[in-house]
Every structure is written in structure tokens, then in C-alpha cells.
Design a protein around this ligand. Structure first.
Ligand code: C5P
Length: 237
């Protein structure tokens, strides 16, 4: 078994407020992307990390990887990304060399995922699951609504049973063949799939959930940056 991690990092990070592309913003003085790369390379199973850079930002991202200390037993590759996350992931998968059998797909926006979570995902794939997602139970109750114009009250349509819901994180792990099949299938690629596991589901293949971790949260909004800095400071203390 050889495992590679694909890190889509081509998003602009509009919800985070004005500034650099999200993956290049710093946490504890180090770009978020470098944290994410280190989090993947920290797993002994991972022999290659493919970073999907903003379309025009590949040279800059290459320099960034050269400037920062990274584990030497891992190889690193940078490829330019696309318009959507799905497109960026596909470009990352296409760059994988022969011999890779397990693929992790990890958001650059989840810089602090602990190595134990990464290892648990890899192990579940190696044990035979074609698609594995780390996830946590929800704390908030979730309502399905009928969307209305911004600011207008939205009618509630349903309240799914909270105990049956999970919030999914990354890295999501896949049998390479399965992930490639999903990205080549028109049914799976169609609108509405916000993660790779969702695309595998559309093929009718089984997807399983393993326990996620609180520190694998996605840095999306300004408050998330405050939390991420606090988690880092606690680790360094
Ligand atoms: O926007 P969102 O937070 O869902 O992005 C998740 C991940 O997908 C981020 O790491 C982001 O950089 C990446 N992405 C990408 N290419 C895009 C859009 C998002 O690689 N076109």
C-alpha cells in the first residue's frame, strides 16, 4: 500500500475577509497550508503530498514548501488548481504517480488535524473501506428550511433527528480506483456534491464514518482564526 495526500488549497477564502488566498494566511506565523502539509506528512503512511495551488500561484506555493522544514521521507508536488474545489481535487488526482493505492483528500483550511485522525482514516481504507470520512456528532440542532430572499424569515420544513447526523471533516480517505471513478462519472460530478465522499455515494458505493477530532475544524470565518491561534498556542505551551 502506498498513500498520497491531495490538499486542495486553491480557494480564495472570501468568507474570511479581505487578504491573501486563505491557504497562505498565517497561523502562529506559519502559512495555514504549511500546517496542513505537515499534518499529512506527520503520518508515516503518507509518502507523497500533492498541493493544489491557486491557478497562478503554483510557483509561489513551491517556494513556500522549499522555505519551510518538512519531513524528508515524504515527496512533495505542486499543481495548479481550478475554479471549484471539485475541479482542484481532480487536477490533484491526475498528478498522482503509479503505485499509489490510497488517497487522502485534505482541506488546506483544516490545518490542525491531529496525526491520530489521519492514521485512523488511512487504516480504515487499508482495512477495505473504499471511502472513509472522519466526522463528529453535532452540537446544534439542524433545521431544513425553504430558502427566501436575504433577511426574510425562512419557513422550517423539517428537523432531522440530531443523533443521526454527523459533521464531516477531512482528510477523507479513498481507495484510489474508487476516487478516480467518482471524478470521471457524470452522475457523481454533477451539481451539489460538496465533498468527494458525496461523489462516491452517488456511485452507490459504501462510505463509512470514523471518529473525527475537534481540532480538525475548518478555518472559514474570522472567529475560526481566533480559535486556531488559541489551539496552536496551547500546543506550544
Ligand atoms: O471554500 P471551502 O472552505 O469549502 O474550501 C475548502 C478547501 O477547498 C480549501 O482548502 C480551499 O482552498 C479549496 N478550494 C480549492 N479550489 C477552489 C475552491 C476551494 O482548492 N476553487
Amino acid at each position: 500500500h502506498r498513500t498520497a495526500a491531495v490538499i486542495p488549497a486553491a480557494g480564495r477564502g472570501v468568507r474570511l475577509g479581505p487578504g491573501a488566498p486563505k491557504a497562505l494566511r498565517t497561523l502562529g506565523g506559519t502559512p495555514m497550508l504549511i500546517h496542513a502539509v505537515r499534518a499529512m506528512a506527520a503520518s508515516r503512511a503518507v509518502s507523497l503530498v500533492v498541493v493544489v495551488a491557486p491557478p497562478e500561484g503554483a510557483p509561489e506555493v513551491k517556494n513556500l514548501l522549499d522555505e519551510h522544514a518538512l519531513p524528508e521521507r515524504t515527496d512533495y508536488l505542486v499543481v495548479p488548481g481550478g475554479e471549484t474545489r471539485q475541479e482542484s481535487v481532480r487536477l490533484g488526482i491526475e498528478a498522482l504517480p503509479d503505485g499509489i493505492t490510497t488517497v487522502l483528500v485534505h482541506d488546506a483550511a483544516r490545518p490542525l488535524v491531529p496525526v491520530d485522525t489521519v492514521d485512523a482514516v488511512v487504516e480504515a481504507v487499508r482495512d477495505g473501506a473504499p471511502a472513509v470520512v472522519p466526522a463528529l456528532p453535532l452540537t446544534d440542532t439542524v433545521k431544513q428550511v425553504e430558502p427566501r430572499e436575504k433577511g426574510e424569515p425562512e419557513p422550517v420544513v423539517a428537523t432531522p433527528e440530531r443523533a443521526l447526523l454527523r459533521a464531516v471533516q477531512t482528510p477523507q480517505g479513498f481507495d484510489r480506483e474508487m476516487l478516480q471513478r467518482a471524478h470521471r462519472s457524470e452522475t457523481a460530478v454533477g451539481e451539489g456534491a460538496t465533498d468527494c465522499a458525496g461523489m462516491v455515494e452517488r456511485l452507490g458505493a459504501p462510505v463509512v464514518v470514523v471518529p473525527g477530532h475537534e481540532e480538525a475544524f475548518k478555518v472559514t470565518r474570522p472567529l475560526d482564526l481566533v480559535l486556531a491561534e488559541a489551539v496552536l498556542a496551547r500546543r506550544r505551551a
